[in-house]
Write a protein that binds this ligand. Structure first.
Ligand SMILES: [Zn+2]
Ligand SMILES: [Zn+2]
Length: 228
């Protein structure tokens, strides 16, 4: 299983943006889900994958906890035993000097730079953003974007850094302001209907506005990990 398995060209931005959440965050989230769906089984049953994981010192803390959330005690016991035993061996071999001990300890904790899931996320993010930049060059596509929920602030910033056409920059900033204002209106409406006992009149958009507000302000749950 290589990282390139997770890059594919079957991207349909016109369809993706109808979901009203940041399409880049959504794409990354789907790819991480695809990875875990395949990898968890291999990790529990395949010794080569267990050894590969042990040699790579596992995942970063964020994705290790995600593995715990989606895996089972039996699967993780079978799959992670080699890594935990390898840590015991490496600790024993590094006890001669303080410097060696510190260097070894440092190498045993993976950050986002070396975590295989974080690496997939970075590749998928830049791949999807390159497609998004192409998408936005077409006027008809910009009309579709205008009717969508738009990008989160994090991905808007990355996209804007690649755009030189000031007309498109203004368009994206104005759309972002419009999207945020619409979400704030839906959040207000949600609060008002709850306060006035009109819960039965709540729309789907009002019910999930708080979540879209957070995603658009700070990025999806997966994307936040890249700030580590
Ligand atoms: Zn995003
Ligand atoms: Zn990670």
């Amino acid at each position: 299983m290589t990282d390139s398995n997770f890059i594919n060209d079957h991207i349909n931005i016109a369809k993706d943006i109808k979901k009203r959440i940041c399409p880049v965050c959504n794409h990354i989230s789907e790819k991480v889900f695809d990875f875990f769906s395949q990898w968890i089984y291999g990790l529990a049953e395949n010794e080569d994958i267990q050894k590969e994981n042990a040699d790579a010192h596992g995942l970063c803390p964020f994705h290790s906890w995600q593995l715990v959330a989606v895996g089972s005690p039996l699967g993780i016991s079978k799959g992670y035993g080699k890594l935990i035993r390898q840590i015991a061996n490496e600790l024993l071999k590094s006890s001669e000097t303080q410097v060696k001990a510190v260097v070894t300890l440092n190498s045993l904790i993976n950050g986002a730079k070396d975590c295989r899931v974080c690496i997939i996320m970075r590749k998928e993010e830049s791949f999807y953003i390159s497609k998004m930049l192409n998408f936005l060059t077409v006027e008809e596509n910009r009309r579709l974007y205008s009717a969508s929920g738009g990008l989160c602030l994090r991905h808007l910033q990355i996209v804007l850094m690649e755009i030189t056409d000031m007309e498109v920059v203004r368009f994206l900033m104005t759309e972002a302001a419009k999207h945020f204002a619409a979400i704030a209106d839906e959040m207000d409406s949600y609060s008002w209907k709850r306060k006035t006992s009109q819960k039965h009149l709540l729309t789907k958009a009002e019910k999930d506005a708080y979540l879209r507000g957070i995603i658009h302000a700070v990025g999806g749950r997966q994307s936040c990990n890249q700030f580590q």
